[in-house]
Design a protein around this ligand. Structure first.
Ligand code: BGC
Ligand code: ZN
Length: 362
């Protein structure tokens, strides 16, 4: 079968025509036909050799792809909750092997202490840009058929969901309940899905991003009842003056300079959630006295978050279904490009549109 891979030694992206088709490994595993695989900034960084890790032991390539929608074709004898024909989204991260890693041992490898976790399509494990995969059924999340056309967006949505599970826990410190003015940094798929999740939770949402209107992402923001502001038109200070107390910032750009500018205008009792992984740039200076004073005097919380657990996947499935019902056109218009596997390198190399996907099977 075909597989789309990155070869680090020769720095190339290639389709392997004869990658071996996997077989059911044991009674608790499932075999899945891959339908759609989304491409994101992480893939772009892996393919530009800035981020990423060795391929699996004994392999000179890494099969890419971690945002996957698939269909179960075979289930092991001990798999109770999945049947052939079911749609599933696989989780990305697999636990480390260290007995002392309480996170991985508790099934929460998204909080792995050792850093020796593996990630399919990213770190030491082949990914999903291929025709069939086999994996343990506990890493598969069922998806209703009603959202099949957009379900490939679930994995990127889990990033926001994990962030909001944690902000919910933090906001419980405020006895009168949470407040509801949010800023989303960035209008890519992770930002727009985060904006939808916040609107769905009745936040007033302002998406703050570079491009001026008109642009398709700004149209989506308005369609879901949010506000769009270009950073070319308003400074962070002006943005905060217009909004009032910023209770929550959800960062989805990976641009650290931009994030720290907005951190300096976070409101009282505010939470700032970072999800982007910056590339390597020269160091910049930030006013650390101001930021630290604000963190203390305004009871602020700065939170970094990566990957996602089962709870976030479940919330993402439920939320995407709700978004799909509330804003069908806006959700569909997040997917801006569809490519066959032979052309998988194109959306990885050129970052145009919002979410580009590789269609492996219909
Ligand atoms: C993926 C996460 C992963 C992270 C770091 C993101 O693009 O969505 O699952 O943990 O990259 O590798
Ligand atoms: Zn991704």
């Amino acid at each position: 079968m075909k597989a789309a891979a990155m070869f680090p030694a020769r720095k190339s992206l290639e389709v392997i025509p004869d990658f071996p088709e996997p077989k059911l490994a044991n009674p608790t595993s499932v075999k899945v036909r891959v339908l759609n695989v989304g491409v994101c900034g992480t893939d772009r960084e892996i393919a530009s050799f800035q981020y990423g890790f060795p391929p699996p032991a004994g392999s000179d390539f890494l099969v890419m792809g971690h945002e996957c929608l698939g269909e179960v074709v075979e289930a092991g004898a001990d798999v109770k909750d999945l049947n052939p024909g079911d749609l599933v989204i696989p989780m990305v991260r697999r636990p480390c092997d260290h007995p002392e890693c309480t996170a991985c041992r508790a099934g929460r490898q998204d909080f792995c202490f050792t850093g020796d976790y593996r990630e399919r399509g990213i770190k030491q494990m082949h990914g999903f840009l291929t025709e069939f995969i086999v994996d343990e059924s506990r890493y598969m999340n069922p998806v209703p058929k009603t959202i099949r056309d957009v379900a490939v967006l679930i994995e990127p949505l889990t990033i926001a969901e994990k962030g909001f599970i944690q902000t919910g826990q933090i906001q419980r410190r405020l006895p009168w309940g949470d407040r509801h003015r949010a800023v989303v940094l960035g209008a890519g798929p992770v930002g727009l899905l985060g904006a939808m999740a916040l609107r769905h939770r009745s936040y007033e949402v302002t998406v703050y991003s570079r491009s001026r209107e008109p642009n398709p992402a700004a149209d989506i923001v308005k369609a879901i009842g949010g506000k769009y502001v270009s950073s070319l038109d308003q400074t962070a200070g002006q943005l905060a003056a217009a909004i009032g107390n910023i209770d929550l910032v959800y960062e989805a750009t990976g641009v650290s300079k931009f994030a720290f500018e907005v951190l300096s205008v976070l409101g009282t009792n505010g939470i700032f959630v970072m999800t982007g992984v910056p590339g390597k740039h020269p160091a910049i200076s930030v006013d650390t006295d101001k930021i630290m004073s604000n963190l203390v005097l305004k009871n602020q919380c700065l939170l970094g978050t990566v990957n996602a657990g089962k709870d976030a996947f479940e919330n993402a499935v439920a939320d995407l279904s709700a978004f799909h019902a509330a804003w069908p056109d806006a959700v569909k218009s997040l997917i801006t490009g569809r490519f066959p596997i032979e052309r998988f390198a194109e959306p990885i190399h050129s970052d145009t549109g919002i979410k580009n996907i590789v269609e492996i099977a219909a």
